[in-house]
Write a protein that binds this ligand. Structure first.
Ligand code: SF4
Ligand code: SF4
Length: 215
């Protein structure tokens, strides 16, 4: 899930200052779970920006980052879109860009996009994958050192490990210690020695694309 944070209300007010007719767009997937772009937050945004401006419509889209779904849902708002000066998107950065491409309109990004998150419960989101494109979880007991080691080491601990503790995040165990413990508990300690080639950065450079060839 993509974890997002709300920008400050004053920032949104300033960004929207010159636009008088607005459409507010929420996301009923990731941003709804983060309580940054669900139906409640769409209502709050309409109240915040409604003073002195016209809110032509509000809409919650299931996956606004999916241009097919955005295009389908905006078909219901053709008239409002025509009259709108700008849209305010309570979505991740991909959602903002998809909405701009689909509508051809100015889109104000109301959220900051943080990371790809694992959800423990509402309000507890943790970064566990940095989408490096060369996954080594099969050798690391499903614990990602690329993300959890502050140095991003893919081949065992650095020399600064203090006992079991990380020298950078010294309130935590070194992730490689945790990996070793989990592998050992499964009788798979030999996997600890697996060597991982450095990623081929030519294939992980942004912007990345995944394009299926039609058969
Ligand atoms: S190694 Fe870590 S960062 Fe890379 S794809 Fe796997 S989980 Fe994600
Ligand atoms: S002590 Fe472990 S987690 Fe900390 S930087 Fe070194 S290898 Fe990474």
């Amino acid at each position: 899930m993509i974890v997002t944070r709300k920008k400050a209300p004053q920032t949104i007010q300033e960004l929207a200052e010159r636009y008088k007719k607005l459409i507010i767009v929420g996301c009923s997937e990731c941003a709804a779970v983060c309580q940054t772009g669900g139906s409640e937050q769409v209502k709050e945004m309409a109240t915040l920006l409604g003073n002195g401006r016209e809110i032509l419509a509000t809409i919650s889209i299931e996956s606004p980052c999916d241009k097919r779904i955005s295009a389908r849902d905006f078909r219901r708002l053709e008239k409002e879109l025509e009259g709108a000066d700008a849209l305010v998107a309570l979505t991740c950065g991909s959602g903002v860009q998809a909405i701009a491409e689909v509508t051809g309109k100015k889109v104000i990004a109301a959220l900051d996009t943080d990371f790809l998150g694992m959800v423990e419960r509402l309000g507890r989101f943790y970064e566990r994958c940095s989408h490096c494109g060369h996954c080594i979880l099969n050798d690391t007991a499903e614990i990602c050192p690329v993300t959890l080691c502050p140095r991003g080491l893919r081949n065992g601990p650095c020399e600064n490990i203090h006992g079991t503790r990380c020298d950078v995040n010294n309130d935590r165990d070194c992730v490689w210690h945790t990996i070793y413990e989990r592998l050992s508990s499964r009788g798979e300690a030999e996997r600890f020695a697996a060597y991982h080639e450095p990623p081929d950065w030519s294939t992980c450079r942004s912007p990345r694309e995944e394009i299926w060839e039609r058969k």
